[in-house]
Design a protein around this ligand. Structure first.
Ligand code: COA
Length: 183
């Protein structure tokens, strides 16, 4: 899938993100999170109920961004059940109207800077080979932390995704530095 050419915003990073307000989600945010994800292809639109669970059960590992009272950014994640010091980042969604202002990076940095995630040593996510924006986001984030990024085969189009979707690479960032700067 061809992605639009990236045009850095005139405001740039980091000044561009100062207007955004970041917070943990709550259940009442589920519906607006669901709408934001629907506006952010190629993300999978999961059920609204899934977003409700993320915004309530997994709120400590998720972050929501607002600008002038509107929800414009979202990161969902959870600790791996078998390895709780690894944070799996499930989806990152930035409203098309505010892309290129550093919000994706700002949310990931702020999430990881939370005191209750201070024991996280590794971040994982999956990325399709064609999602250039996502690769740039996570590579830039890893670089900003001074942490190595590697990627390996993971969910295969034919074996795991019933031939319906592009394969997903498993991206691993870590080990993370013990002292992390606040975004
Ligand atoms: C991926 C996404 C979250 C990036 O959000 P964003 O706020 O525009 O990203 P940022 O402004 O923080 O940019 C982070 C880095 O990615 C780069 N980047 C962003 N969009 C890009 C694009 N379309 N092509 C190439 N590079 C891109 C930026 O230049 C920046 O690079 P740097 O670290 O060298 O400065 C956003 O494009 C989006 O919501 N896409 C649709 C959903 C999706 O694919 N999510 C990711 C998979 S979970």
């Amino acid at each position: 899938m061809a992605l639009p050419a990236h045009q850095p915003a005139a405001t740039g990073f980091p000044q561009g993100h100062v207007a955004f307000s970041l917070r943990k989600p709550q259940a009442a945010d589920g519906a607006v999170i669901h709408r934001l994800i629907a506006a952010c292809p190629p993300l999978d639109v999961n059920s609204l109920y899934c977003n409700l669970l993320q915004a309530s059960h997994f709120a400590d590992c998720c972050i929501l961004a607002e600008e002038t009272g509107q929800v414009v950014g979202w990161v969902s994640g959870y600790r791996l059940p078998a390895d709780p010091r690894t944070l799996f980042v499930w989806q990152v969604a930035v409203d098309p109207a505010v892309r290129g202002r550093g919000l994706g990076r700002h949310m990931l940095t702020a999430l990881l800077a939370r005191p209750d995630l201070g024991d996280i040593t590794t971040i994982t996510t999956t990325i399709t080979p064609s999602n250039r924006a996502s690769w740039a986001l996570f590579q830039g984030f890893a670089d900003s932390l001074g942490a190595p990024l590697r990627h390996d085969a993971h969910f295969d189009r034919d074996c795991h995704l019933a031939g319906t979707q592009e394969s997903e690479r498993l991206v691993t960032i870590g080990p993370l530095p013990a002292m992390r700067a606040v975004a």
